[in-house]
Unconditional design. Structure first.
Length: 97
């Protein structure tokens, strides 16, 4: 299993737009055959800061996710309203198995 934590900072004034685009991406992502978990968290202290917790069965499933229509639609909306380049950090999940 591969887990990716994605850190996103959105420009002030664009949070609602980002949240709506992200909801649609989430709804499509959880239907992908290789997806195990796709959680979106918003900072309590900074509403413009988000962390995605994405878990897929294989690295190939991660790559396939990045070609889906819902992901590409999300990027079209999200990329221009990010305050900085998003950062994804990949992990191998050890526990629970």
């Amino acid at each position: 299993m591969q887990v990716t934590l994605v850190y996103v900072k959105v420009k002030p004034g664009h949070v609602e737009e980002f949240v709506e685009a992200t909801r649609k991406n989430h709804e499509g992502s959880i239907k992908e055959p290789g997806n195990i978990c796709f959680e979106i968290c918003q900072s309590v202290e900074d509403p413009c800061s988000f962390v995605f917790y994405e878990a897929f069965k294989t690295p190939e499933d991660v790559a396939a996710h990045k070609t889906t229509a819902h992901y590409l639609a999300w990027r079209k909306v999200a990329d221009p309203i990010m305050a900085e380049t998003r950062r994804g950090v990949a992990y191998n999940r050890l526990y629970p198995k």
